[in-house]
Design a protein around this ligand. Structure first.
Ligand SMILES: [Cu+2]
Length: 120
């Protein structure tokens, strides 16, 4: 009987551990497609909720670019013909400014991107 209880306790602990780690795994609640081209991102800004996990699908329409939003830990190269993805969860409300991190021509400095994070 004691062994049975111990077994139940071990199973309960394992299930608890599995469910707890599953809830920590950041599963994106939605995806947003962002195109990069000389010299802009489209859209150039997005709004997400604090705590929301969002997947960005990044597509270059011409030459290689990147999306760099340092304060959200986003630093993703966007190769031409190879869409890339980056997933992030904003833990703080505010406006986070990003830009293209790969020199792509004369207007490179104009390639800015903003993530608006709204509070709960
Ligand atoms: Cu650029």
């Amino acid at each position: 009987m004691n062994n049975f209880r111990t077994l139940l306790a071990v199973i309960a602990f394992c299930l608890f551990t599995v469910f707890r780690s599953a809830s920590f795994a950041a599963v994106p609640s939605r995806s947003v497609e962002i195109h990069a081209h000389r010299y802009a991102f489209a859209p150039s800004e997005i709004t997400v909720k604090k705590g929301e996990t969002v997947r960005l699908i990044l597509i270059s329409d011409d030459v290689p670019h990147s999306l760099l939003v340092k304060d959200l830990g986003i630093d993703q190269v966007i190769q031409k013909s190879h869409p890339s993805q980056v997933t992030f969860t904003a833990s703080q409300a505010g406006n986070f400014h990003g830009r293209c991190g790969r020199f792509c021509g004369g207007g490179h400095g104009e390639m800015i991107f903003t993530v608006h994070v709204t509070g709960n």
